[in-house]
Ligand binder design. Sequence first.
Ligand code: TRP
Length: 341
Amino acid sequence: MAESSTQQSQSKKVMLSAVQPSNRLTLGNYLGALKIWAQLQKDYDCIFFAVDMHAITSRQDPEELREQTYRALATYIAAGIDPDQCILFAQSHVPAHAQLAWVLTCHSYMGELSRMTQFKDKSAKQGTNIPSGLFTYPVLMAADILLYQTELVPVGEDQKQHIELTRDLAIRMNNLFPKAPLFKVPEPYIPPVGARIMSLQNPLAKMSKSDPDVNSAIYLSDSDDTILKKLKRAVTDSGSEIVWDDEKPGIKNLLTIQAALTGKKVPDLVAGYVGKQYGHLKIETAEICIQAIKPIRDEVERLTKDKTYLTQILKKGAQSANARAQKTLDQVYKNVGFILP
Ligand code: TRP
């Protein structure tokens, strides 16, 4: 593994992404992230991890967090991400993330962090005691990315601003030390439109694993019955025709889910629904979801029970990640004037 990933690193661009193990992953995470990562893994030198350190920016139950972190890793593997081809690990297993984050924090500005829309949204929900970690969260994310000389970061639209900040920090640090630029300046990779799955209860908002309304999201751990129930309850739009129309975000979302899971084109799907009711669309979307999710769910269940296997993957991943991250961190420490131990 270590050897093959070194070889890969010489010829392929580094692609890196992560999800927060703050809850179970959803169909939105699968279609908008994991499935795309799995498709891209052969063409890139891939690094995927579970950001347990980002998760504690809001209160977590410790046992839950541990279990969700294993589960996130198991879900990556069940979704087709190959641990022999990619580096898979838990963020807290690579100390360089926190170490680089501190140096970057000292080079980031209060003003730019205050402009992050995710911070504004999340802090507005927190009341008076807003954890500072919520404010510096994007700097930790920048460290995640810059440590590995990443070129491409597949993320959803909502994370684009954090990638912009990462680029600004990389350029700022490189300019400070022009003799030996420290970081590659990464690009976001925003998946194709069809990969954006919306809430089943409010199709104008993204499907989110942290939505308090459990009916708004399909979790990859949901039973067949639950999937069917949630889709039957999905909010649809006025009228009764099944068409692709901005006025019908609920219908568009169901068609998007079908298209993303079957690979069929939206116009072909729409043509098949002429003269049919919303109810048909809901039930058929449920059947398609069940077919896609069942094998992933069963595999996640099997893998999460096999802690020996998961621990072994995490250990191997942390070893490769630490080796790469340390190289960047050493250079940063040297440049800012720390005595290398
Ligand atoms: N902030 C991202 C999210 O909430 C997760 C994340 C943390 C991430 N570090 C990252 C994504 C590095 C891509 C690259 O979705």
